[in-house]
Design a protein around this ligand. Structure first.
Ligand SMILES: Cc1cc2nc3c(=O)[nH]c(=O)nc-3n(C[C@H](O)[C@H](O)[C@H](O)COP(=O)(O)OP(=O)(O)OC[C@H]3O[C@@H](n4cnc5c(N)ncnc54)[C@H](O)[C@@H]3O)c2cc1C
Length: 394
């Protein structure tokens, strides 16, 4: 197989796939390595994202749509439900396995080389510290591939970003161990995204139930790493949650995964290497959503790599522009969301119930996330500036 490429992308999640697709569209040669056996599987995700997050790059295909939701329901620790049902709160659940499989095929059609069961174990460096290429374990055989640019899109556990010499360490409070089942016979009352808050089943995090086709749903929870203990594992929290809210479901699939709920990395490039997606900690720290930022950063990293291949002398300037763009569009907003997360998740069930009672006094058609957070600010005035920043993007 060809060993020299314009760009090598490590990881075939949304970030890596969109980077490879973008690069192949521009006619550059790109090799994408993923250590999994099959693209898109296993799905370690609740799959909620905005249809527009994909549509702005290419039309959403019917088979990618797991479900469309028309409202958002926040369930308080005392079981009371706060419903937001105006158009703004309609949402969309992906079939991520099919979406990623198809994106890989689309990139492949444009000329990208996708390699599965290709575990990137190391970077190969030039004398000046830049990357010459990668070492890949393919079924026990170690092969070397070379490129002008390497993109680390290897997710939350990213080894490649660390091998670039970038500190990606996460504090316990900045990682949420999650567990999730995909279950049938769920009978969600409405076609809604359900979020449950309560310290007894999701301390420092939340639980969710997101509908999928055929009366199925992704039901899971994430607890803050600070509360993770050997005495009670996330799965026990989930079992108790299911027994309380969904005792009749039948489980088809069980997954675990970690979500980085930290600040986005400020350093996202070194020499001829770039970081995109979860590897760069681009998840919204307040709600744990990372698909849209993985896609956006993948596209931007792809564009930066194309530019760098065309003008190698300006690589530093081009990659610094990438860093700035990620900060402007993702990292800056995450700073206020991170501060809100740290305060909100310290509240106890009584705080949540009291705030909830205030929100329930607002008529359903007038409720919004902004009004919910306005009530939170009444209880925690120190959050005012961050809530304004989070909602205005300033
Ligand atoms: C339980 C759970 C629920 C979630 N729910 C949502 C949700 O509802 N909505 C949302 O927006 N986000 C959600 N997220 C977050 C979302 O899944 C991530 O933000 C998103 O997948 C990040 O995409 P990525 O491409 O950066 O990384 P990933 O999707 O993690 O992809 C990384 C890829 O790199 C590959 N890889 C890793 N190391 C190597 C290596 N050394 N060599 C080769 N390949 C390698 C992996 O196999 C993987 O395919 C959830 C996460 C979890 C764990």
């Amino acid at each position: 197989m060809k060993t020299n490429w314009d760009v090598i992308v490590v990881g075939g999640g949304p970030a890596g796939l969109f980077a490879a697709w973008e690069i192949a569209k521009a006619g550059k040669s790109v090799l994408l390595c993923d250590r999994k056996r099959e693209m898109g599987v296993p799905v370690r995700c609740a799959e909620a994202c905005g249809e527009e997050d994909i549509n702005k790059y290419l039309p959403v295909e019917e088979r990618w749509v797991g479900a469309k939701t028309h409202s958002f329901i926040l369930v308080l620790p005392n079981g009371k439900e706060i419903k937001l049902s105006n158009e703004k709160y309609s949402g969309f659940i992906l079939n991520r396995d099919l979406f990623e499989y198809d994106m890989a095929a689309k990139a492949g059609e444009l000329g990208a080389k996708i390699m599965m069961k290709a575990n990137v174990i190391d970077l190969i460096h030039n004398d000046d510290g830049s990357a010459k290429g990668v070492k890949v374990d393919e079924n026990g055989t170690i092969n070397e591939y070379y490129a002008s640019v390497v993109i680390a899109a290897d997710g939350v556990e990213s080894r490649i970003a660390r091998k670039m010499g970038i500190d990606t360490t996460l504090k316990a409070k900045d990682i949420e161990p999650c567990v999730q089942v995909t279950a049938s016979n769920v009978n969600l009352k409405e076609n809604a995204l359900y979020i449950y808050i309560g310290t007894n089943y999701a301390p420092g995090g939340y639980a969710w139930a997101f509908p999928k086709a055929n009366n199925c749903a992704n039901i899971g929870l994430g607890i803050n790493g600070k509360y993770a203990s050997t005495e009670k594992h996330s799965k026990e929290y989930l079992d108790e949650f299911l027994a309380t809210y969904y005792p009749h479901v039948s489980v088809q699939k069980y997954i675990t995964g970690g979500v980085p709920v930290s600040l986005t990395l400020k350093t996202l490039c070194k020499e001829n290497m770039l970081i995109a997606g979860d590897a760069g900690r681009m998840v919204n720290p307040l709600n744990g959503g990372g698909i849209c930022h993985a896609i956006d950063s993948g596209v931007l990293a792809g564009k930066a790599a194309i530019e760098a291949c065309e003008d190698t002398l300006k690589i530093e300037k081009i990659f610094k522009k990438y860093e700035k763009e990620i900060y402007k569009t993702i990292g800056k907003r995450h700073e206020s969301q991170y501060r809100i997360k740290n305060l909100v998740y310290q509240m106890n069930d009584e705080d949540y119930n009291n705030i909830g009672d205030e929100i329930l006094k607002i008529s359903e058609d007038k409720r919004s996330f902004f009004r919910i957070f306005s009530q939170v600010v009444k209880h925690k005035p120190e959050l005012l500036i961050d809530v304004v920043k989070a909602f205005t993007g300033i």
